[in-house]
Ligand binder design. Structure first.
Ligand code: F6P
Length: 544
């Protein structure tokens, strides 16, 4: 694959389409084809995806599929699923899909049956979460565990917290999960200050077990536990109140957590893809191993679709290609995620790491710089809150912001009429965004001439609607896998490595270098004059 996809005639074809597209309006596309809405939709698992309100014609879709062929998307999918080392810069396989293979599957990678390994850990997690849920596992003083505090950051936090919130309707109400990620001590304080140490379990999650934030929080949490338990609480108490999730047994042991209480995973699971691994332990404790299994089943349904469906009917590939169209060819800078489901209130934050840590790259796999846009900014809030905050800019601003609307037909509660009202907003918004309101329509309402331009909605704002019967562990797993594979598709077209994250390393190194300057342990020059002045200011305010 030494050829650059951006030099191909498929790429040029799309550039040609993009130039013509300024003059195309969704109103015309719908007028020209009354069946557009019935035609441009797809189904994957339980997810119905309407992509008819996107700024595409059949020619553009054909050209995008041709681009995917040219980029070797089919082969790259095969390579990922088979365990090839497609994370070339770290020489690793990328096998999060193996985490959701059924027990009777086999996948031998580097001489090892990874499915057997995965299910061995799932079984241990299941047995452990059963013991917590039943009350058989108690804290050091014999009290039942009623709060689980997950300590982790990035992929070791965002997945579990997002999934716990999403699946709250399925959680055991006797156990509350809380999440600490920030090294700002306020986070640990706010999370633990009202807890009883005797009934609290900490799950320390870190793939590397070397992350400053997590180890610092875990050390403080251990101090808090031992101080709270009082008396001569020591290693035995830690063993009853701390478990670890990591790939690094040695570091877990040297931190003082018994590796008997450690749940492992593997270097072929990227942090931002790790929710279905042992990283999801707190979620399993909350919803139980059976429902966790249903979530994995949901992921697997979409995995199988992505692996086997032809490109023209491959839904995650389609979403990825649409994003490439907007980002690279039409110049969009961002992408809004708008779940009409309060339980998905952390979904956009989760997707930010998934998509932006994956595709925030400007060098191709072969080391050459890209000369096109990659990695759009993902952001969003649940509807209808967003409607009263930032939607105005999407409706009448000057920016191209493709948006995904995610909704569920059936609510997770009995307030059914209110759900209908809520969902009417869901359908109304994509309609208003697509079709807007013309000057003639505004005038016909008797609006004074001077106000007419302000009330015109130009429309033509692209949206994709994803609707599932109900938010369940299974549909949730399907949704997350859909976005994982969408992200992979984009990275493949852009010929970048979606699985490393060297960019975040530099800041970590510098923080370690600057820490002694802040405390006054060192008076070394801070380097540049701006940072030096800022640290001086900070030290003065801290009385150092
Ligand atoms: O932010 C960089 C990163 O390496 C993420 O990719 C990862 O999810 C996070 O830090 C946490 O890493 P770990 O699980 O090793 O503590």
């Amino acid at each position: 694959m030494s050829e650059h996809v951006s030099d191909s005639h498929e790429w040029q074809t799309l550039q040609g389409h993009a130039e013509k597209f300024a003059a195309v309006h969704l109103r015309e596309l719908f007028d020209a084809d009354p069946r557009r809405g019935a035609r441009l939709n797809a189904q994957v698992g339980d997810l119905y995806v309407d992509y008819s309100k996107n700024l595409v014609t059949d020619e553009v879709l054909t050209a995008l599929h041709a681009l995917a062929e040219r980029a070797g998307l089919g082969e790259r999918i095969g390579a990922m699923f088979s365990g090839a080392h497609i994370n070339a810069t770290e020489d690793r396989a990328v096998l999060h899909t193996a985490l959701r293979l059924p027990r009777d599957a086999t996948l031998v990678v580097d001489g090892q049956d990874v499915v057997a390994d995965v299910h061995e850990v799932l079984d241990r997690m299941g047995a452990f979460s059963d013991r917590i849920r039943s009350g058989e596992w108690t804290g050091a003083t014999g009290k039942r565990i009623t709060t689980v505090v997950n300590i982790g950051i990035g992929g070791s936090d965002l997945g579990p917290v997002m999934a716990y919130e999403a699946l709250k309707a399925y959680a055991d109400p006797r156990i509350e999960c809380r999440f600490v990620s920030n090294i700002d001590p306020t986070d640990l304080h706010a999370t633990t200050h009202d807890l009883d140490p005797a009934s609290t379990l900490f799950v320390v999650v870190s793939k590397t077990f070397g992350t400053q934030e997590t180890l610092t929080n875990a050390t403080e949490a251990r101090n808090w536990l031992l101080a709270g338990l009082g008396g001569d609480a020591g290693a035995d108490a830690v063993a009853k109140h701390f478990v670890a999730v990591s790939t690094n047994a040695e570091r877990v042991a040297s931190f003082g957590i018994d590796t008997e209480n450690m749940f492992g995973f593997w270097d072929w699971v990227g942090g931002r893809y790790s929710l279905p691994s042992a990283v999801g332990l707190s979620v399993m404790i909350a919803i139980g191993k059976e429902q966790f299994g249903q979530m994995l089943g949901g992921y697997h349904t979409v995995d199988e679709h992505f692996r086997t469906a032809p490109l023209e009917r491959n839904v995650p590939a389609l979403l990825g290609l649409l994003n490439v169209w907007y980002d690279t060819f039409l110049g969009a800078q961002s992408h809004a995620i708008l779940p009409y489901a309060q339980y998905l209130h952390r979904f956009a934050a989760y997707l930010q790491q998934l998509t932006m840590e994956s595709n925030g790259k400007s060098v191709r796999l072969d080391g050459t710089p890209v000369d096109y846009q990659t990695g759009e900014v993902f952001w969003g809030e649940p509807g209808t809150n967003g409607q009263h905050a930032f939607y105005q800019l999407i409706h009448q601003g000057t920016k191209l912001i493709p948006a995904d609307f995610i909704g569920f037909s059936e609510p997770n509660h009995d307030i059914a009429t209110m759900h209908d009202l809520f969902m009417s907003n869901f359908f109304a918004q994509t309609r208003a965004l697509a079709f807007g309101r013309t000057a003639e329509q505004v005038e016909a309402e008797g609006v004074p001439a001077a106000t007419v331009p302000h009330k015109v909605m130009q429309g033509n704002h692209p949206t994709t609607t994803i609707i599932a019967p109900k938010l369940t562990p299974a549909t949730f797993g399907q949704l997350v896998a859909l976005y994982e594979h969408m992200t992979f598709t984009q990275g493949t077209i852009w010929q970048i490595n979606s699985f490393d994250q060297w960019g975040v390393e530099l800041g970590k190194v510098m923080a370690n270098q600057l820490a002694p300057l802040l405390t006054g342990e060192s008076d070394e020059p801070a380097g540049d004059s701006s940072t030096a002045a800022l640290i001086e200011h900070y030290r003065r305010q801290r009385g150092r």
